[in-house]
Design a protein around this ligand. Sequence first.
Ligand code: UDP
Length: 253
Amino acid sequence: MARRKKLYEGKAKILYEGPEPGTLVQYFKDDATAFNAEKRATIEGKGVLNNRLSEFFMTGLGNIGVPTHFIKRLNMREQLIRQVEIIPLEVIVRNFAAGSMAKRLGLEEGTPLPRPIIEFSYKDDALGDPLVPEEYIIAFGWASQQDLDDIVALALRVNDFMAGVMFAVGIKLVDFKIEIGRVWDNDYMRLILADEISPDSCRLWDIETGQKLDKDVFRRDLGSLTDAYTEVARRLGVLPTNVTHATKPTLIN
Ligand code: UDP
């Protein structure tokens, strides 16, 4: 089959032209980056796991009525998605203090927040994705007040779903990031969940032990990232067989 036309390459994914207008193929790479790409590595199997996990979360969200870009998984590393116009914001939802919020406010990581807190960063790698208030978002025209109200409602639904799914397998959803896209049906614009939901963009802690099962394992050199993501996939029952360490044949006695 002729190779599809590459439209965009990001840090962890590549977007190719889709088979029909209005569709794209999203390819999950094994590349990991942190600290605005200052730290990089290739982690075998990460793309396969994130493809599966994002499929699992997006399908579940679709089943409870949250609109998403996900159409179907095509193979180990690729999924068919709806083409959207990405709103240039990282929408971050926090249930417990961690990462940049813990640092900014001098809070201990893991401190429960009084309610889920949503914040927005402007998606610009050169600027390091700065935190922006709603005032900036509206003034610069990245999204309207109505869009923001819809985004907050959508983010809270995603949070409740993800927190519940994770709790059921003994994992605490500390925080996560989502991205939102616009789609048009004739003249009618809708906002839908886009990009990915995976341990690359969530903080996931084991409820019993506090063990980190997300990208902080890579950011903070806490062990094997593949093992952590495999554990999340295993608990959720979405572990594909022979994926992560499938490079060598094993002798079966
Ligand atoms: N996050 C992300 N991409 C980013 C920044 C943050 O997926 O470019 C996720 C991150 O994995 C965490 C949440 O958003 O689950 C909150 O991240 P935070 O603002 O604490 O930043 P960090 O400490 O990761 O720099």
